[in-house]
Design a protein around this ligand. Structure first.
Ligand code: FE
Ligand code: FE
Ligand code: FE
Length: 168
């Protein structure tokens, strides 16, 4: 339904649906990653962010409410692709010494996608005068950035201590 009458409001709503789908999928990916992770530190990081992500889904529902629209998802091809890559990587590396490093890499790809999407949505919310929505989106954006940084730290620590990131 390409229409010349579409506005930034429409783009905001469509992207919100995309992120709603992606966020719910990320909760599942994080729970799976928590189960697959070998080191307790990484396991904990995934578990914590799975809980945060469930709360991020709730925040998105609040944004739909602000718009006066039903919370609906629409297939996010990017997240589908990232999930498929993670499945493949887990098959290839899940049981190897590089397993945790590969898991971190997959998780960071998802965080970077989320950071891009939430950054865009926050900017649009401000431009549309949706202050409360912008605040909710920014809370999530900051959590995604903190998670990305934490994963980088864990990856660097594991590599530096000769942990599971290093080949046996
Ligand atoms: Fe998220
Ligand atoms: Fe998407
Ligand atoms: Fe995230």
């Amino acid at each position: 339904m390409a229409s010349k009458d579409k506005t930034l409001n429409d783009a905001f709503y469509e992207t919100l649906k995309d992120v709603f789908y992606a966020e719910k999928q990320s909760v599942r990916a994080l729970r799976k990653s928590a189960k697959s992770a070998k080191t307790p530190e990484l396991k904990r990081a995934f578990e914590t962010h799975a809980e945060e992500s469930a709360n991020q889904v709730t925040r998105l529902e609040q944004v739909f409410e602000i718009l006066g629209k039903a919370a609906r998802g629409k297939t996010c091809e990017a997240m589908q692709g990232l999930s498929a890559e993670m499945e493949e990587d887990l098959e290839d590396f899940g049981e190897t010494a590089a397993g945790d490093a590969v898991l971190i890499g997959c998780a960071q790809a998802v965080e970077h996608y989320e950071i891009a999407r939430y950054g865009t949505l926050k900017t649009w919310a401000i431009q549309l005068g949706l202050k409360d929505a912008a605040k909710l989106l920014d809370e999530t954006l900051q959590e995604e950035k903190r998670t990305d940084q934490l994963l980088t730290q864990i990856a660097e620590r594991q590599a530096n201590t000769g942990g599971p990131a290093r080949a046996a």
